[in-house]
Structures are given as structure tokens and as C-alpha cells.
Design a protein around this ligand. Structure first.
Ligand code: ABT
Ligand code: MG
Length: 148
């Protein structure tokens, strides 16, 4: 089973959307194997968004993601990396498909309420950046045989 790194961004936390966002993944059948609230440091933010160093929006992006607490999670299930990206919708909420998380909750590319890893490699890197191995929990669910 695949794992991905998801994060309710500071705007989602401030707006009280944490529960609704987590629910979408639970309702679909995905399993939460790691979950915590935290304040991201500038150092970690710059690592997380390393691919955007030097771009005009980089400083604003780091300012934003460190502007308040986030809710970080690791979610497990079938094809979850790409499926979560589809559930989130396009980076710009105005371009996101109707019904996706970003289309439902946002209108601005710099306030798009959720992050999700964009590939399996990113997922592995981001999980390791934000979670210690012992913070991830291996457990079974009785419901799994009704999902798979
Ligand atoms: P993230 O989940 O935040 O990584 O978004 P996503 O992978 O969908 O999109 P990318 B390209 O990684 O954007 C990272 C953040 O940068 C913001 N951004 C991006 C801008 O503000 N202006 C831009 O022109 C682009 C391309 C949007 C993303 N998040 N925030 N907040
Ligand atoms: Mg990205």
C-alpha cells in the first residue's frame, strides 16, 4: 500500500476546516497512519519547498506556511499519492475541478488550504521530513476487507 504526506495549511486550520478535510480521506476509505498539529520552522519550510527556491513567490510561500499551525498527516491506501492529488484539485483553486477540496474551500493560489505530495518520491521525502518513524502507526482495521 502507498503512503502520502498531506497537510492542512495555516489557512485551513484558521478557518476551521481541519475536520472536514480529514473526513474526506476517511470517508473514501483511506487510513490515517500519522497525525499531528505543528508549527513549521522557516528552515523546514525552505526544505519542504526546496523545488521553488528562487521563484518570485518563494518568500511569500515560506511566510505563509510558517504563519500558523498546520495539521500534518500520513495517509495510506491504494494509489493514494495520485488519488489525493485528484481529491485536492488543481493548485489554483479557481482552476480546480468542482467538488475537489481546493474548489470547495478556496479561491486563491496562495491560500489553497491543503498540501499533498506530488509523487511517490516526494511522499517519501516529505514523510521523512515531517514525521519520525515511531510517529507512524501500523494497525489493521476490520473495515479494510469492505474497502479492498
Ligand atoms: P503544494 O501542495 O503547496 O505543494 O501545491 P501544489 O503541489 O499543488 O503546487 P506547487 B507548484 O508545488 O505550488 C507550491 C505553492 O506555491 C504556491 N504558488 C505556486 C504560488 O503562490 N504561485 C505560483 O505561481 C505557483 C506555481 C501555491 C502552492 N501553495 N501554497 N500555499
Ligand atoms: Mg507541490
Amino acid at each position: 500500500m502507498e503512503r502520502t504526506y498531506l497537510m492542512v495549511k495555516p489557512d485551513g486550520v484558521q478557518r476551521g476546516l481541519v475536520g472536514q478535510i480529514i473526513s474526506r480521506f476517511e470517508q473514501r476509505g483511506y487510513k490515517i497512519v500519522g497525525l499531528k498539529m505543528m508549527q513549521i520552522s522557516r528552515e523546514v519550510a525552505e526544505k519542504h519547498y526546496g523545488e521553488h527556491v528562487g521563484k518570485p513567490f518563494f518568500q511569500g510561500l515560506v511566510d505563509f506556511i510558517t504563519s500558523g499551525p498546520v495539521v500534518a498527516m500520513v495517509v495510506e491506501g491504494k494509489d493514494v499519492v495520485s488519488a489525493a492529488r485528484e481529491m485536492m484539485g488543481a493548485t489554483n483553486p479557481l482552476k480546480a475541478a468542482p467538488g475537489t477540496i481546493r474548489a470547495t474551500f478556496g479561491v486563491d493560489v496562495g491560500r489553497n488550504v491543503i498540501h499533498g505530495s506530488d509523487s511517490l518520491e516526494s511522499a517519501q521525502r516529505e514523510i521523512a521530513l515531517f514525521f519520525r518513524p515511531e510517529e507512524l502507526v501500523d494497525y489493521g482495521r476490520a473495515i479494510d476487507s469492505w474497502i479492498y
